[in-house]
Design a protein around this ligand. Structure first.
Ligand code: SF4
Length: 238
């Protein structure tokens, strides 16, 4: 039955009903593995096997969601200092990485002005590709300004679409007024390095590059290379 569903989804137009049925039946581990195998094959066919490197800078701005989401590990109460952000971007470029993504906190009333100013500051020192993962609340006008600042993409992570589950996991957030949610996307992006306020605990986490007294870049490129070496894939710079 599950095989037939997958075949229908892959070979004809997938309907919301079929997608939901696939999702529900994927609770069974053996079906989940079949779903992952099909999804992986589809991705390889449509966008290729190369994985391209990005760098993550999270907690760039305070999160105003109260109470916190139940699964949160990103919450911060301080904005990333702009001069330190620029330092990190330059270090990331030295590793050959040409893409960064900036992510939360969240302000459901919008962080448009603050993020525009952050991007303008980065643009003074670098033309690195930028993805912004704080998407849902941005206004259309702000998105146009981002385009003019050569921002490559805006991610709107809803995390949960089911209203009841959303309320339980994200009691301080809102599913309303998220005009850009439908623009959320993804691809073959992997995290080659990330900016952290702590050094890596050990070599298995990555190589630590100290940027300032309280900022570190954790370079994971060699770990990723080792991980994918038998997977018939390449790591590329975007
Ligand atoms: S929106 Fe939720 S997950 Fe994101 S930083 Fe705030 S509390 Fe954490």
């Amino acid at each position: 039955m599950f095989d037939k569903l997958l075949k229908t989804a892959l070979e004809s137009d997938i309907t919301p009903e079929i997608a939901l049925q696939i999702l529900q039946e994927s609770k069974e581990q053996k079906n989940a593995l079949k779903l992952f195998e099909s999804s992986s094959r589809l991705r390889d066919e449509k966008i290729g096997k190369d994985l391209w490197l990005s760098s993550g800078i999270s907690g760039v701005i305070p999160c105003k969601v109260v109470p916190k989401c139940t699964y949160c590990t990103y919450f911060t109460t301080e904005s990333f200092q702009i001069d330190k952000l620029s330092l990190c971007v330059k270090e990331i470029e030295k590793l050959g990485i040409k893409h960064i993504h900036l992510s939360g906190g969240t302000n459901i009333e919008g962080y448009d002005k603050e993020i525009i100013s952050m991007i303008e500051s980065i643009r003074k020192v670098s033309d690195i590709d930028i993805e912004i993962n704080l998407g849902p609340s941005f206004s259309e006008e702000t998105v146009k300004i981002f385009r003019d600042l050569d921002v490559k993409s805006i991610t709107s992570s809803l995390e949960i679409f089911n209203e009841d589950l959303f309320k339980k996991a994200k009691p301080g957030d809102s599913l309303d007024d998220i005009p850009l949610w439908h623009l959320a996307g993804g691809g073959n992006q992997v995290l080659g390095c990330m900016v952290s306020r702590r050094p890596a605990k050990n070599k298995l986490d990555g190589e630590t590059i100290q940027v300032s007294d309280d900022l570190y870049i954790i370079n994971r490129i060699s770990i990723l290379e080792n991980y994918i070496k038998d997977m018939d894939r390449r790591l590329i710079l975007n």
